[in-house]
Design a protein around this ligand. Structure first.
Ligand code: HEM
Length: 211
């Protein structure tokens, strides 16, 4: 096994990065084809009903994500779910000062674990909203013929609102990835130790105590 360089810390294992890639690609496919279905100016890209087929393809990829995660990296999937919904004192203190973090100043923020409070909120939001997108999508896919007009209209509203919230979350996700130069965690799997110590001090301490 390759030795980890002293100035780097392993953030995401290969399986986690692969699952994230499936999530990102399937979500973007869903978003683009969803907009093409919804928004008239984009129907120029909707030759025949190709967007509808691609939308279903994206939906299959998106629904496979939790299953893939559980099969490929059970420990990572469990950590993600538990940590996204567990908030301690430092997390609440961090949230109170999140304005500072928003503007790229992590120094002096309350110490954080593997996920900072903002990431926890993002990931929890993704899990909850994905549930609504998938559930309402499946109802439209397979239940269209048996639903009343009103139920169908309510299902469409739930589908569109949850997709909108996921898109807003993605904009924030990309903003923080850029501001904190976090991309290497998902491309190479490693991040700089100094950055990890600054943003995830409790996590680094825990890793060091095991090594
Ligand atoms: C399209 C471009 C995307 C980029 C560049 C990107 C970037 C990243 C990065 C750098 C991380 C690691 C952050 C860290 O913990 O240090 C991450 C994690 C994560 N991202 Fe994305 N992301 C993208 C799309 C998405 C989408 C579309 C979603 C959800 C719909 C998403 C959900 C997540 C989740 C849940 C994690 C945590 C993964 C885990 O713990 O296994 N990302 N992303």
């Amino acid at each position: 096994m390759n030795k980890q360089p002293d100035d780097k810390i392993l953030r995401y294992r290969p399986g986690q990065r692969m699952v994230h890639a499936v999530l990102a690609i399937s979500f973007l496919l869903l978003l683009l084809t969803g907009l093409a279905i919804l928004w008239r100016p984009l129907t120029i890209f909707d030759a025949g009903s190709i967007s509808r087929y691609l939308h279903r393809l994206g939906a299959i990829g998106f629904m496979l994500v939790p299953l893939l995660y559980l099969v490929i990296d059970w420990r990572g999937a469990k950590e993600l779910i538990i940590e996204s919904f567990t908030y301690d004192r430092d997390d609440w203190a961090w949230m109170k000062r999140s304005r500072q973090y928003f503007f790229g100043r992590a120094a002096g923020m309350p110490p954080q674990g593997r996920l900072n409070a903002g990431q926890k909120i993002h990931h929890a939001g993704v899990i909850i909203m994905s549930f609504f997108v998938v559930a309402s999508g499946l109802v439209m896919w397979f239940g269209r013929d048996v639903l009343t007009q009103n139920t169908l209209a309510a299902t469409v509203i739930i589908h569109d609102i949850s997709m909108f919230v996921l898109t807003v979350l993605l904009v924030g996700h990309l903003y923080f990835t850029y501001v904190y130069k976090a991309l290497s965690g998902m491309t190479t799997g490693y991040i700089d130790r100094t950055a990890a110590e600054l943003e995830h001090a409790k996590w680094v301490k825990e890793i060091d105590s095991h090594s």
